[in-house]
Design a protein around this ligand. Structure first.
Ligand SMILES: *Cc1c(COP(=O)(O)O)cnc(C)c1O
Length: 230
């Protein structure tokens, strides 16, 4: 199995203009494929499953920046806390607190993104904007405005938002969902507090990253264009 180098260099070129980061999504793909991309100089890789991630992490070079992009269960955080670079899918305050706890145990500060629910589908995880404004302190995103209890979580840093558009051929729908996420991002980008510094907007996958870039993404998560279909 070989990676698609042509696509890789083409995508890098497109991202350069937008100063965006490429997270190469390697879920279900073998260590050899990751190593191939690594040897071209790539360091940011994304995985969805904890077990798979820790196994790959132990077998690959230690300077890889591992992004956890899947749905993370609280009881699994401890397995990735020692090394994970960025957790994209924080979708509850409970999970955020657990990341903070495990980060503290490892003597580090872990960067995270809040996952926003922007798609029409019910199945996608994440907050919606009402929850950002909800007076219920349990929603961490609201704390972006209030400061709230979040300042007590000294071992996490919220550095941005992540979202997935609807799985749809309707590119107008997809574009509007990205627009919406960018709009929310802009609204909360200020003020910056000690552990809330929104700077990363993770949106766009193989099928829709060009639209995502046009709508202001600065981090795309691309799998199949690089590694082939799953
Ligand atoms: C699998 C996955 C991707 C990559 O999808 P491709 O269509 O293969 O580019 C991106 N983001 C998340 C959250 C994923 O689960």
């Amino acid at each position: 199995m070989h990676i698609n180098k042509e696509n890789y260099f083409q995508i890098l070129k497109e991202l350069q203009a937008a100063k965006a980061t490429l997270v190469a999504v390697s879920k279900t793909k073998p260590v050899a494929a990751i190593k191939e991309l690594y040897d071209l100089g790539h360091r940011d890789f994304g995985e969805n499953y904890v077990q798979e991630l820790i196994e790959k992490q132990s077998r690959l070079p230690q300077d890889i920046r591992w992004h956890f992009i899947g749905h993370l269960q609280s009881n699994k955080v401890k397995h990735i806390a020692p090394f994970v670079h960025l957790i994209h899918g924080i979708d509850s305050f409970k999970l955020l607190k657990e990341v903070n706890k495990q980060a503290a145990k490892n003597n580090r500060v872990i960067d995270v993104l809040l996952q926003m629910h922007i798609a029409k589908e019910e199945t996608k995880f994440g907050f919606d904007e009402n929850e950002l404004l909800n007076t219920n302190w349990k929603h961490p995103a609201r704390l972006i405005r209030s400061g709230g209890e979040l300042h007590e979580l000294k071992n996490v840093q919220i550095i941005g938002l992540m979202g997935m558009a609807s799985f749809s051929d309707d590119m107008n729908l997809v574009r509007n969902e990205f627009k919406n996420l960018k709009h929310i991002f802009n609204k909360y980008v200020q003020p910056q507090t000690p552990n809330i510094k929104l700077q990363t907007l993770s949106m766009g996958m193989s099928a829709d990253y060009k639209i995502a870039l046009e709508e202001g993404s600065n981090m795309v998560r691309i799998g199949s264009l690089l590694f082939g279909s799953r």
